[in-house]
Design a protein around this ligand. Structure first.
Ligand SMILES: Nc1ncnc2c1ncn2[C@@H]1O[C@H](COP(=O)(O)OP(=O)(O)OP(=O)(O)O)[C@@H](O)[C@H]1O
Ligand SMILES: [Mg+2]
Length: 493
C-alpha cells in the first residue's frame, strides 16, 4: 500500500512492487482559465519541454459535468511524475527532482499548477497502478562481442609497467582465480567487476564470506542476505511450464546439494508433489505461492508404513530443516523477490556470510545457477553477464575421472554458451573439478606453494613449472595471468 513521505506540502507516493520501489508525485493543473485552445497549447508546450528532461511523466485530463449546474463544466488535469528503483531513496529522489523541474516548466508554459491542492484520489490510484507496469526500464543494449574494436578493461599492471587489459570477448570466457588464502583473489575479482560495469557487463557474486558488499561498496550493488528481506523464489517457475517439470528441477538441486538416497528422493518428491497440488499449481489460474516451511510440513505429514520409510523421512527432514534454521529461509521466504530479468540487469551480491551451514550455502548457489540456466535456455538469452563464485570447490569439487560429471559441472560449462562468464575463485587448483579447470579461458594465479599444485597448473592450465615456481613467494596481489591464447604475463592487480 501507499506510504507517504511529506516534506512540508509535498508528498511522494511510494509503492513496493516485488523488489522495486515505485515512486510518484501528482499535481493538479487547473484548466478553467483561458480558452480551451490556449490551454491545449500551454499543455503541449509544457510536455514538449518536459520531454527534453527525460522525466517519466503522465497526464490525465478529467472533464466532469456538474449535474446541478451543467453550464459550469469542471475541467482539470492531473500530472504524475513517476519512476522506480531497487532503492527507495533513489526512487524518491528521482521523482522529487523531476517534479521540481515540472513545476518550474509548468509556470513557464503558463499553466496554473497546484502542487498542494486536493486531488481525485481514485484516478491517481488507478494511474499509479497503470504506470507501475510501464515503469520497467528496458535493459541496456547488450555489448556486441563481434565489434571490430571491442571494449576493454584494465585488470592490472604488467611487470614492465604496462596496463594489463582484457577485451570484452576475452572477458566473456570463464576465468579461474587461484591462490592461497590472503594472496589477493577477492580484491582482484572485486576490482575487475567494478570495471566490468564500464563495458556494460553486469555481475552476480556468490560471496561465501560476506566480503563483497564492502569491496563493491562504490557500485551500489543489490545485496541479497538474510537481513535484507530480499531473496529468490526457487519454488516459482515461468508461466506455461508444467509444475511437475519444475519439481524435477528442484529434485536435481536438492539431490546435488544434499546427497539424497533413492528412498529419500522418493519421500521428498512425494512431499513436493503434494504441496504443489494442494496449492493449486497446474489446476488453478491463481495458484498460491510456496515456501520452505510448506515443504518441511509436507514431509512431516507423510505417512510411513515401514521402518526404512520412517528412517528416510527423518533423514530428509534433518537435511531440509537446515534450510529453515540457517538464515537461508529468510532469503528463500523474503517478501521482496528478485526475478531473473532483474538479476541480469542489476549488479547483485548474494551474501552467504550470515548463512551458517555450508550445505545451505551450496543449495542457494546451485539453485540460482540452475534456475538462471533454465531461464536463459527457455528464452534463448545470450546477453553477456558475469558470475563470480567464491570457494568454488564447494560447487564444482574435484572428482575422480571414473566418476560421472556432477550436474553443476555441466551447468557451468553450458552457461558459457548462454553468455555467462564465470569467475571461479578457489585457493587450490587441486580441489576443483579438473575438467572445468582445463576448459576455462583465462587464469589468474596468485601466491601458490607446493609442487603438486604447480604440476596441476602445468597439466590443466598450460603454465609451465619453470614459470609457476615463481608463484611460491609472490607478494600479495601479484601473480601470473594466462589468457585463452596461452600468453602468460606476470602482473600486479
Ligand atoms: N594488490 C594489492 N595490493 C595491496 N594489498 C592487497 C592487494 N590485493 C589484496 N590486498 C590485501 O591483502 C589482503 C588479502 O586480500 P584478499 O582478501 O583479496 O585475499 P584472498 O586471496 O581473497 O584471501 P582468501 O582466500 O582468504 O579469501 C587484504 O587485506 C587486501 O586488502
Ligand atoms: Mg577471498
Amino acid at each position: 500500500m501507499y506510504e507517504w513521505l511529506s516534506a512540508k506540502f509535498r508528498k511522494v507516493r511510494i509503492q513496493r512492487d516485488g523488489a522495486r520501489w515505485f515512486a510518484s508525485e501528482t499535481a493538479r493543473i487547473s484548466l478553467s482559465g483561458g480558452s480551451s485552445l490556449e490551454t491545449k497549447q500551454a499543455v503541449s508546450r509544457f510536455l514538449e519541454e518536459l520531454s527534453k528532461e527525460h522525466a517519466n511523466v503522465a497526464v490525465i485530463y478529467l472533464s466532469r459535468s456538474d449535474r446541478l449546474n451543467p453550464a459550469e463544466r469542471k475541467r482539470c488535469a492531473h500530472i504524475t511524475v513517476f519512476d522506480w528503483s531497487f532503492r527507495k531513496s533513489a526512487a524518491v529522489n528521482k521523482v522529487r527532482k523531476n517534479f521540481e523541474k515540472s513545476l518550474s516548466l509548468a509556470g513557464m508554459a503558463g499553466l496554473d499548477f497546484d502542487a498542494t491542492g486536493e486531488s481525485d484520489w481514485d484516478s491517481i490510484w488507478l494511474m499509479d497502478n497503470f504506470l507501475m507496469t510501464l515503469a520497467e526500464t528496458p535493459p541496456p543494449p547488450p555489448p556486441n562481442p563481434d565489434d571490430p574494436r571491442p571494449a576493454q578493461i584494465t585488470i592490472g599492471q604488467t611487470s614492465a609497467g604496462a596496463n594489463l587489459s582484457i577485451e570484452l570477448p576475452e572477458l566473456c570466457k570463464h576465468m579461474a582465480v587461484l591462490g592461497e588464502t590472503g594472496s589477493g583473489k577477492s580484491t582482484f575479482v572485486a576490482n575487475m567487476l567494478k570495471r566490468a560495469n564500464s563495458v556494460e557487463l553486469r555481475y552476480l557474486v556468490f560471496d561465501w564470506h560476506g566480503e563483497y558488499p564492502q569491496l563493491l561498496k562504490s557500485n551500489q550493488a543489490l545485496v541479497v542476505a538474510p537481513d535484507q528481506d530480499l531473496g529468490f523464489d526457487i519454488f516459482d517457475y515461468p508461466k506455461g511450464v508444467d509444475p511437475f517439470v519444475h519439481i524435477d528441477v528442484l529434485m536435481d538441486i536438492f539431490n546435488d546439494s544434499f546427497d539424497l538416497t533413492v528412498s529419500q528422493q522418493f519421500i521428498l518428491r512425494t512431499a513436493l508433489r503434494k504441496v504443489y497440488t494442494d496449492r493449486g499449481h497446474g489446476m488453478s489460474d491463481n495458484p498460491r505461492p510456496i515456501d520452505v516451511d510448506d515443504v518441511i510440513k509436507a514431509v512431516t505429514d507423510i505417512r510411513t508404513y515401514s521402518g526404512w520409510e520412517q528412517e528416510s523421512k527423518l533423514a530428509v527432514l534433518r537435511r531440509i530443516s537446515k534450510l529453515a534454521d540457517t538464515g537461508l529461509s529468510r532469503i528463500l521466504n523474503a517478501s521482496q523477490k528478485i526475478g531473473f530479468s532483474d538479476l541480469l540487469n542489476q549488479d547483485v551480491i548474494v551474501d552467504l556470510g550470515q548463512v551458517t551451514d555450508s550445505y545451505s550455502k551450496i543449495f542457494v548457489v546451485e539453485s540460482i545457477l540452475k534456475l538462471l540456466y533454465d531461464y536463459k535456455v527457455s528464452r534463448k538469452l545470450t546477453v553477456p553477464h558475469a558470475i563470480a563464485v567464491e570457494e568454488a570447490r564447494n560447487i564444482i569439487p574435484y572428482r575422480r575421472p571414473e566418476e560421472p560429471p556432477r550436474i553443476m559441472e555441466r551447468i557451468v560449462e553450458e552457461l558459457r554458451k548462454f553468455g555467462e562468464s564465470m569467475i571461479i575463485v578457489n585457493q587450490l587448483p587441486s580441489t576443483l573439478s579438473q575438467e572445468v579447470l582445463t576448459a576455462v579461458g583465462n587464469v589468474a594465479a596468485f601466491r601458490l606453494k607446493g609442487s603438486a599444485e604447480q604440476e596441476i597448473l602445468e597439466r590443466r592450465c598450460n603454465i609451465a613449472r619453470e614459470v609457476s615456481k615463481s608463484l611460491a613467494d609472490a607478494p600479495v596481489g601479484s601473480g601470473l595471468f594466462r589468457r585463452g591464447d596461452n600468453n602468460i604475463v606476470w602482473f600486479e592487480s
